[in-house]
Ligand binder design. Structure first.
Ligand code: G6P
Length: 370
């Protein structure tokens, strides 16, 4: 597979794919933003507007990184479209036999389209008569074929085992779906226009976020010998914390945990000491002050703090040991920007530790067995 796709001068596929994100996001949005109606358009949902309008619940299911984008999707769809969303691990959903109401739409989210548990969860819900859709990267994959319809990511082949560009494209497609469902309901024309404007700014914001690479390298040197790392964020950036921790675990084999920042008090804070760094995702926004307060608690207990913060944040330096700035974007798109330095951090730490970044031990690109 990787034989057909070149490295284009990058040392690893993972790094190449991290840098491809401005372009993969453009590809995810191409032809899908409808200015005339201030909404999104999708060619392959295969459901009538009436069927989509009558949706009363959405289930988002997947595994690994795709499950994290489902969590972002939950925030997006509930906030922008006001449709209740449940996020399910596909491996749990397939055997849990939950009661599922009529008019529930089930999305399987998957880069490869071949993950056995996601395929089985989708087939099980489809068998019960629910409409199933795929958010998928690989065209004509098993899950794309099994679903009633879906949305392709168009991110291009992802070779690195640790998912990067597929994740940000999944989040982007979910944002467009939230816009689409929102515009079928309460979201105004002007509201839709504003969301489209924000979406259009995204590829450049991610491009700008990538300029932190050299700084992230220095931060990586400082913390590469850690045995435990905490990742903390709230709201849209709670999934970012989970994803940052997963990236570090996957490729550097450092134990890491992602938590909603406020939950730290209920356990993880017991782990804090001067050898256990915490990565706070703390961009400007609704819960900024709260996350800063959590950060102070960690500092007060001697824990080193790395902050991912907005570009013009004047306060964060006073508390955090290291600050990586990212461009400010609307809250609902922040996870797509804040994850970039975390992808790079795991990459550089893994390199320093001599790990095989593109083919980490014990992991497979797609898990096609149970
Ligand atoms: C494997 C990969 C992960 C991926 C997960 C789900 O564990 O190593 O990177 O997130 O499978 O894969 P999918 O192709 O369904 O998104």
């Amino acid at each position: 597979e990787s034989g057909e796709v070149g490295l284009d001068g990058f040392d690893h596929y993972m790094l190449k794919e991290i840098y491809e994100q401005p372009e993969s996001l453009r590809n995810a949005m191409r032809g899908r933003l409808d200015d005339q109606n201030a909404t999104a358009v999708f060619g392959g949902l295969n459901l009538t507007p009436q069927q989509l309008r009558s949706v009363e619940r959405i289930i988002l299911t997947g595994c690994g990184t795709s499950w994290h984008s489902a969590l972002v999707g939950e925030y997006l769809i509930e906030e922008l479209a006001r449709i209740p969303v449940s996020v399910e691990y596909a491996s749990e959903l397939r055997y849990r036999n939950p009661p599922i109401e009529n008019n529930t739409l089930v999305f399987g989210i998957t880069q490869s389209g071949e993950t056995a548990d996601t395929l089985a969860a989708l087939n099980e819900t489809k068998r019960k008569g629910h409409r199933t859709l795929a958010i998928c990267n690989v065209v004509a994959s098993s899950i794309a074929q099994a679903a009633d319809g879906g949305v392709y990511l168009h991110a291009g082949p992802e070779i690195g085992v640790a998912s990067t560009k597929a994740y940000t494209s999944q989040c982007c497609v979910l944002a467009m779906l939230a816009l689409y469902f929102g515009r079928m309901r309460h979201l105004s024309f002007e509201g839709g226009q504003r969301l489209i404007e924000e979406l259009r700014l995204l590829p450049n914001a991610v491009q700008q976020a990538l300029t932190c690479n050299e700084q992230v390298k220095d931060v990586a040197k400082k913390y590469a010998s850690a045995n435990n790392v905490l990742y903390l964020g709230r709201q849209y950036n709670f999934p970012t914390a989970l994803e940052g921790a997963l990236k570090l675990k996957e490729i550097s084999y450092i134990h890491a945990e992602g938590y909603p920042a406020a939950e730290m008090k209920h356990g993880p804070i017991a782990l804090v000491d001067d050898a256990t760094p915490s990565v706070f995702i703390v961009p400007a926004g609704g819960t900024y002050d709260k996350v800063m307060a959590n950060m102070e608690e960690v500092k007060a207990r001697g824990g080193p703090v790395i902050a991912i913060a907005s570009e013009d944040d004047p306060h964060v330096h006073q508390i955090a040991d290291d600050v990586i700035h990212v461009p400010q974007v609307q809250q609902f798109l922040q996870p797509i920007v804040t994850v970039v330095p975390l992808q790079l951090l795991s990459y550089h730490i893994a390199l320093i530790r001599g790990c095989d970044v593109d083919k980490p031990r014990n992991l497979a690109k797609s898990v096609t067995v149970e």
